[in-house]
Design a protein around this ligand. Sequence first.
Ligand SMILES: *Cc1c(COP(=O)(O)O)cnc(C)c1O
Ligand SMILES: [Zn+2]
Length: 432
Amino acid sequence: MDHVLHLTCLVCGRTHDPEAVAYVCPDHGNEGILDVGYDYDLIGKRISPATLARNSDPTIWRYKPLLPVAPDSPVPALTVGGTPLYAAPRLAAAIGLSQLWVKDEGREPSASFKDRASAIALVRAQAQGAAVITTASTGNAAAALAGLCASVAQENVIFVPAAAAPAKIAQLLAYGSRVVLVQGSYDQAFELCLQAAAEYGWYNRNTAFNPYMTEGKKTASYEICEQLRWNAPDAVFVGVGDGCIIGGLHKGFRDLLELGWIDHIPRLYGVQALGSSFLLQAWESGEDVLTKAPAPAETIADSISAGLPRDRIKAMAAVRDTGGAFIGVSDDEILAAIPALARGSGVFAEPAAAAAWAGCIKAAERGLVSGAERVVVVSTGSGLKDVASARRAVAASGPEPLTVAPDIDALRAVMAVRRPGAEKRASLGNFQ
Ligand SMILES: *Cc1c(COP(=O)(O)O)cnc(C)c1O
Ligand SMILES: [Zn+2]
């Protein structure tokens, strides 16, 4: 891995040898989040837009020379990455824009963005001969790790809050993981998992603690730019909990700028639920994220519920350094965004993913994005992850289903009744 130069502590700025330091800065404990530094001259000799154009591998491994894995390391067969970037002209028009795309991460093997990071964890853990891999998660990082481990029969132990979404727990059990349901919050499950990893010597995939998770998540930025023919967008919206995804997106764009493959970095907009808004609060008050006390974390968008965002340093830098912003949205706005995104683009999102669209609407209202700007909304996870929330959302938005006996006369009778609003709702193409 001659292309990985060093790990830089984001607290003290000291650089460490990647062979000597596994996770965090030895001088700064769990807060000492590290950033992976690369030899871009070397990488630029090994990969280019031209070589990529000839590469038929659609997965994240097409970018292997840019990833912290050895060139000859075996990779899992599941197709991580290569998700669609859909043009969404009706969504764009609804908020006064002309160019908007939705990146559908619900199409990952375990149905969320987290597969990008867990794939890197798996490859690195296996390269080290790890017997067990562990993570704490609100559900999706766990499902991602569980699925990737199942694909290669790798033992793993997962810590999730006992209140995690049932679909996510079912996924873990189906994949055969050892599942620990923690009677507490995600933040508590995280602390317990860190202690367990240290005690039992397990490979630790935990977000932010493991600096390489950012490196998996950055591949979404590579894909977005490649899908837009290396013409980077102007603004990107994404739901933010721990901040690893937005930090990863930032890293990906920085890599591409460093390589000279794009000519600017998009403004990054981090969308937080108002009920779990540590980063939004710090953004508005100017508080130091390292000393700010944990904030309450209570939102329907479980995947972005984090009282103490673990990757807060990278998340803050992503927004600040790109001229973006943090945006807060209410649970009602998040729920309303589920059918709005689904009807406007065909992409069915879980609440944390739909939050990105809710935030984009707000940003347009405030004039943060406008006109011919090119905007990407990252839908980070599938709506099938949380069917209960989707049902709540459609109960509020309508239309209600028609219930009929299985015969045509019964159907005719129901169809003949004029329900309030039925005409508008039924007219095709008028679903906004
Ligand atoms: C994890 C997750 C997020 C937020 O990512 P962070 O790195 O925690 O900020 C958003 N949406 C979904 C669906 C997720 O699973
Ligand atoms: Zn340090």
